[in-house]
Ligand binder design. Structure first.
Ligand code: COA
Length: 158
């Protein structure tokens, strides 16, 4: 199967945070961001595999900065590692105050998706072709994260 580069499947989503996205404190509810993170990661992996995917794992998510209503949230999702049927996406979230232009990196998340064939069974995905040292290092880090997830999953199931 022919490989694909990280840039071939990169996805950027942008959404204006509106009052319906607020929590009780008037900032953005973390659950909205988690949903957008999952969507952006899934889209990058669907582009990589040209298959539908399901989410199999979401790593811990930390929010370093609050996001305000009225901010433009931008999510950049890239495939960071692929296994046989699974793909890890790195999703970087930034919030921009549209009036001042100030941008903050609020969090980076890692999610894993599995590509499904037409019968809904896991199916092989194209190899990931790193184009620079940063992507190569990220792939290696992804391989380690995936090994850790599988170890945790085995523990959880035993
Ligand atoms: C994803 C799913 C189809 C995988 O089925 P499965 O029988 O575990 O299939 P496999 O054992 O062949 O695993 C498929 C891939 O997922 C990976 N995987 C399985 N469990 C994992 C976990 N906890 N974390 C990370 N990857 C995992 C496997 O390593 C394998 O990857 P590889 O082919 O690259 O080596 C199945 O677990 C499922 O349907 N889960 C629910 C998905 C879903 O509904 N998501 C939305 C939640 S609301």
């Amino acid at each position: 199967m022919e490989g694909r580069t990280v840039s071939q499947s990169r996805v950027q989503l942008a959404q204006l945070m509106q009052p319906e996205h607020a929590n009780n404190h008037g900032n953005v509810h973390g659950g909205w961001i988690m949903k957008l993170v999952d969507e952006a990661g899934a889209l990058a992996c669907m582009r990589h595999a040209r298959r539908r995917v399901v989410t199999v794992a979401v790593d811990q998510m930390m929010f370093h900065q609050p996001i305000r209503i009225g901010d433009l949230v931008t999510l950049t999702a890239e495939v960071s590692y692929v296994g046989r049927t699974s793909m890890e996406a790195q999703i970087r979230v930034e919030a921009e105050n549209i009036v001042t232009g100030e941008k903050v990196h609020t969090n980076t998340a890692y999610c894993v998706y599995v590509a499904l064939d037409d019968e809904g069974h896991p199916t092989t995905v194209p190899p990931l072709i790193p184009e620079n040292d940063e992507e190569r290092q990220r792939m290696e880090a992804g391989r380690r994260r995936q090994a850790y997830r599988l170890q945790q999953s085995r523990k959880e199931r035993s």
